[in-house]
Design a protein around this ligand. Structure first.
Ligand code: TYD
Length: 208
């Protein structure tokens, strides 16, 4: 039986996940919860190599290959990092997980969701995050934040239409799994977003 909790963070590029990740870790550490912070694609030696390839803007990659590589990295991540940490009672906070595959490869690249369902079941069985925080921002806001950050990776270089589809797919999943995925309006001020994150986390802490 797993004992720790598995929390994932999602959002389009520029939604402000990284800032909130640091805040979540601070909140959990304040109440003495041991945390492991990780990310996807990545989190293992092989996963980080796959990440380098997946984000390399000079490579041409078919959508199917992209999805397979995301799930290949995920299989390593689950086996070597996520499941062992949960078993030890640590809480795992992952910057992205499978919802990103449904949003980016399913929505953005328009891959058939049925194929992703098969990969999901193959790689993770019934395992799902205990809580997913989805940081929602309009595409224009996300794109503006990303373009201020310097060089852009293979996904960040995509056009606005791609991110509209990614966002729509995330919103769709949030509707489909309302108990697990909590939507946070990330276009509010930083202080408001932090307060919303704290409230959501408090619910998990209070209700197990
Ligand atoms: P991101 O998490 O945004 O990292 P950074 O903040 O360092 O840019 O970058 C990872 C990219 O990978 C992001 O554009 C979304 C993409 N991605 C997928 O397309 N599918 C997936 O399954 C995952 C996990 C990520």
């Amino acid at each position: 039986m797993k004992q720790g909790k598995f929390i994932t963070l999602e959002g389009i590029d520029g939604a402000g996940k990284s800032t909130q990740l640091a805040w979540i870790v601070e909140l959990l550490q304040r109440v003495g919860i041991p945390t492991v912070v990780t990310r996807e694609p990545g989190g293992t030696a092989l996963g980080e190599k796959l990440r380098d390839m997946l984000l390399d803007g000079s490579l041409m990659i078919y959508p199917e290959t992209e999805a397979l590589l995301m799930f290949a990295a995920r299989r390593e991540h689950l086996g070597r990092v996520i499941l062992p940490a949960l078993k030890e009672g640590q809480w795992v906070i992952s910057d992205r997980f499978t919802d990103a595959s449904f949003a980016y490869q399913g929505g953005g690249r328009e891959l058939d969701a049925g194929k992703l369902d098969i990969l999901e079941h193959w790689v993770q069985g019934d395992l799902q995050p205990d809580l997913t925080l989805y940081f929602d921002v309009p595409v224009e806001v996300g794109r503006q934040r990303v373009s201020q950050g310097g060089s852009m990776d293979r996904f960040e270089q995509e056009q606005a239409g791609f991110f509209q589809r990614v966002r729509a797919a995330y919103l769709n999943r949030a509707k489909q799994f309302p108990d697990r995925i909590k939507l946070i309006d990330s276009s509010q001020s930083l202080a408001e977003v932090k307060a919303a994150v704290e409230r959501t986390l408090q619910c998990v802490l209070n209700h197990g």
